[in-house]
Design a protein around this ligand. Structure first.
Ligand code: PEP
Ligand code: MG
Length: 574
């Protein structure tokens, strides 16, 4: 059979050839099967045995997640263990088997359905969020009742394993437990999808937006996953394998040069120092950031703490401990913690309440936090306590108005007052900066600068909002143009506004990690960039090749060019 090539969006780099495990995301149909009275006891025992097996699987999953990602993430599994241990669920199912004389699978489906309906009527809070975990536990029990083994169980342990799924949710951490896990490919998703971020954090390649890969491959098939070109080759031939191996070696060579050979900060040829910091999602990534020579953490996406605690919300103590641990590992370098950026296309929809018709323009980030102070205040308290012990900065995402900065500062003062009153050490004058990632914020940067301690430009969102292109929709990917004149002009204005106000300005969108952009960004006046750890060295190399004056002159010319393509050609040609 001929090889088949699917094209998607490469969101985590690397090239790997391996065997597929297709994660069953859909609920297979369950039909009612009558059970004769003499077999009722056996059927109840089958249910009990499925519970024991599920428990063993989940415990194993917990142990392996702990080894890979630590206690915080292993805690995800606890919610499912609790559901499984709930005597009510099993008792009611057994009762239904007895009374209705029906199969365990059907009885379980009915009981779970009732639980889910009850959860839905509870407007808010942890119960509503437990629905996802209950669904997961249900799928696991149904699979075991059907007699199916876990996906990929019989595949050899010595070959790279590639997870194929429609999309990945928090509870799909199951795949992290495979020692030979080597990559992800999903039907849907964008650059900032959960899959993309998990894959980058785990340093495995990923391709998303493949539309129907779950229909085209079966568990056990061989594929080549290329996170560089965003392609998947199904049932590759000898030639495909050879080409992939060559690209893999080339990439591996390039990557080994990226690990910091020397961790000294970079300066341009004429002596302009430029700091390069790291963007991270998991506290464990600090290790990676240090290995690549980061001068600090420029962006910690704290919403990932929600993944660790889902379905519960992180407590003040969770925030405090995570930030202190992060800062301790990074000390004496600074750590910038971004407050919760939930909502939009981010994947923690569960805590956000009813679906919005335009979530990217909706109740997201600081807007959400200011409305849900029950979620925001514990984070502020955790941050203020951690800041008493470490070099921590607070960064507010998606600021649109000065009023939002004032409201956050007022909350900080209130919480600091309450911590002082309780005799708990905290630092109330912690630096508070903002992400500039909404065009309104960009064009009022001179005003916002007066009330911010620093700026960090979030080009991922700024481009999305400025050009009206959904950053996670591969269909309009061609319009996602970091070099569009509108973007460059906004960058210039933001940087000049920060300079005039005398506050530091950094850029932490993906654009900062593209070394081809480095001359332009330095030319526009940036002296701090925050990038994926693996991009630190290439960006530093690019900085070291530059003359600041030349870069500035070229940036000025680029600002006058009419199209993104012309800007790109101009930057490459000079
Ligand atoms: C950005 O928008 O550029 C950014 C860095 O934040 P995120 O990708 O998490 O929205
Ligand atoms: Mg953003």
């Amino acid at each position: 059979m001929n090889a088949e090539k699917l094209r998607g969006l490469g969101v985590s780099s690397g090239i790997v050839t391996g065997r597929v495990v297709v994660l069953q995301s859909a609920n297979l149909p369950v039909v009612p099967v009558p059970v004769p009275p003499e077999r009722i006891a056996d059927e109840i025992e089958r249910l009990e045995s499925a519970r024991r097996k599920s428990r063993a699987e989940l415990q194993d999953l917990r142990d392996r997640t702990f080894q890979v990602l630590g206690e915080t993430y292993a805690g995800i599994i606890d919610a499912q263990l609790l559901i499984l241990d709930d005597p009510g669920l099993l008792r009611q199912t057994a009762q239904r088997i007895k009374v209705g004389r029906i199969s365990a699978a059907w009885a379980l489906k009915e009981v779970v359905g009732e639980y889910l309906r009850k959860f839905e009527t509870i407007a808010e809070g942890a119960f509503r969020e437990r629905g996802g975990d209950l669904q997961d536990v249900h799928l696991r029990l149904q699979r075991i009742l059907r007699g199916d083994v876990q996906g990929g169980e019989n595949l050899p342990e010595d070959q790279p394993l590639l997870i194929v799924a429609h999309t990945l949710g928090p509870s799909d951490t199951v795949m992290l437990t495979r020692k030979n896990l080597a990559g992800f490919a999903t039907d849907v998703g964008g650059k900032t999808s959960h899959t993309a971020i998990l894959a980058q954090a785990l340093s495995v390649p990923a391709v998303v937006g493949l539309k129907d890969i779950t229909q085209r491959v079966r568990t056990g098939d061989e594929i080549i996953l290329d996170g560089e070109t965003g392609t998947v080759t199904i049932r590759p031939g000898a030639n495909d394998r050879m080409v992939a191996e060559r690209s893999r070696l080339r990439l591996a060579e390039r990557e080994s040069a990226w690990v910091a050979v020397e961790t000294t900060p970079a300066s341009t040829l004429d002596g302009t120092a430029v700091s390069v910091l790291a963007n991270i999602e998991f506290p464990q990534e600090v290790q990676k950031a240090l290995a690549y020579g980061a001068e600090g953490i420029g962006l910690y996406r704290s919403e990932f703490l929600f993944l660790a605690r889902s379905p519960d919300l992180p407590t003040e103590e969770d925030h405090y401990r995570t930030y202190v641990e992060l800062a301790d590992r990074m000390a004496p370098a600074p750590v910038t913690i971004r407050t919760l950026d939930l909502g939009g296309e981010k994947y923690f929809h569960e805590v956000l309440g009813p679906q919005e018709s335009n979530p990217v323009l909706g109740l997201r980030a600081v807007r959400f936090c200011l409305q849900r102070q029950d979620i925001f205040r514990p984070q502020i308290r955790g941050l203020l306590r951690a800041a008493a012990e470490a070099d921590i900065r607070i960064m507010i995402p998606l600021v649109t108005t000065t009023d939002e900065i004032r409201q956050v500062r007022a909350l900080i003062m209130e919480e600091a007052g309450s911590l002082f009153a309780a005799g708990i050490p905290c630092r109330e004058d912690v630096p508070v900066g903002i992400m500039v990632e909404v065009p309104a914020a960009a064009w009022s940067a001179d005003i916002l600068a007066l009330e911010s301690d620093f700026f960090s430009i979030g080009t991922n969102d700024l481009i999305q909002y400025a050009l009206a292109v959904d950053r996670s929709n591969e269909a309009v990917d061609y319009l996602y143009q970091p070099l569009h004149p509108a973007v460059l002009r906004m960058l210039k204005f933001i940087i000049e506004s920060a300079d005039r106000a005398g506050i530091p300005v950094s850029l932490c969108g993906e654009m900062a990690g593209d070394e081809e952009m480095t001359p332009l960004l330095i030319g526009l006046g940036l002296r701090e960039l925050s990038v994926q750890p693996r991009a630190i060295q290439p960006v530093r190399q690019a900085i070291r090749k530059l003359h600041t004056r030349d870069a500035e002159a070229r940036a000025l010319k680029a600002l006058d060019l009419p199209t993104a393509l012309e800007v790109q050609e101009f930057l490459l040609a000079t």
